[in-house]
Ligand binder design. Structure first.
Ligand code: DC
Length: 225
């Protein structure tokens, strides 16, 4: 079974993707983490983010992988665990910038398809999973929430982890910049697949969204068996 979860930043995709993968014992692939690791490789190489050809070369040479299960996912770059380093605001914005480059997307999409096909069953979250990476996914979700609700979650997460001490307004502005770029780029913009189930999580708890998603997945599992 292939489960695709797309949506803008801060909609709860990765938390829910992990919960679902744990519940039905599937591999979990955080594709955003892969774009983040690619961005970190580019930053560390010293190449300018606007030099598309050089960025694409750095990403093609980088060894990006995910290790561990949904609860202990480690993001690896050239054999190094970069799970913490990829969560800074600098890397967030850089990942959104380099993900507009078609060659970068081609490299990472190919890797995501191989990982998914090898596993047999997988939950992936990102921006283009239901539209481009696995257009024939068995279940597709499009998670959304009001920008203020998404920024509030991100702000709280940052506060708890004592990361990037930014104000709520700065967090909201960063999320809006990224969403605008991610949904207006030419190659595989953030878009709801025609057959995706839309869930607006504004005002819902994570557990409530999880229950809704699991109901849909169980219905689909019954039809498949
Ligand atoms: O999901 P995230 O916030 O960790 O993703 C970081 C950036 O990577 C996001 O701003 C856009 C890009 N991305 C993408 O273009 N396609 C994906 N499937 C996942 C992420």
């Amino acid at each position: 079974m292939i489960i695709a979860i797309d949506g803008p930043s801060g909609a709860g995709k990765s938390t829910l993707g992990r919960m679902i993968a744990r519940e039905i014992r599937l591999l979990y692939i955080d594709t955003g983490a892969m774009y983040r690791a690619a961005a970190l490789a580019v930053i560390e190489s010293g190449v300018g983010l606007s030099d598309n050809a050089a960025v694409a070369r750095v990403v093609a040479q980088a060894k990006i992988g995910l290790e561990g299960g949904p609860d202990s996912l480690r993001v690896m770059l050239d054999g190094r665990d970069v799970s913490g380093e990829i969560r800074t605001e600098e890397v967030s914005q850089a990942s959104s910038v380099i993900s507009t480059i078609p060659e970068v997307r081609r490299t990472l999409v190919q890797c995501q398809r191989e990982m998914g096909e090898r596993a047999g069953g997988v939950v992936l979250d990102g921006r283009d999973i239901g539209t481009v990476v696995f257009p024939l996914a068995d279940v597709k979700f499009f998670l959304s929430a009001a920008p203020e609700a998404r920024a509030a979650r991100r702000f709280e997460e940052d506060r708890l982890k004592a990361r990037d001490r930014r104000t709520f307004e700065e967090t909201l502005a960063d999320i809006n910049t990224r969403d605008q770029r991610d949904s207006t780029r030419d190659d595989s913009p953030l878009r709801k697949a025609d057959d995706a189930v839309v869930i607006d999580s504004t005002g819902l708890s994570i557990d409530e969204v999880f229950e809704r998603m699991m109901e849909i997945i169980r219905e689909r599992q019954e039809k498949m068996s």
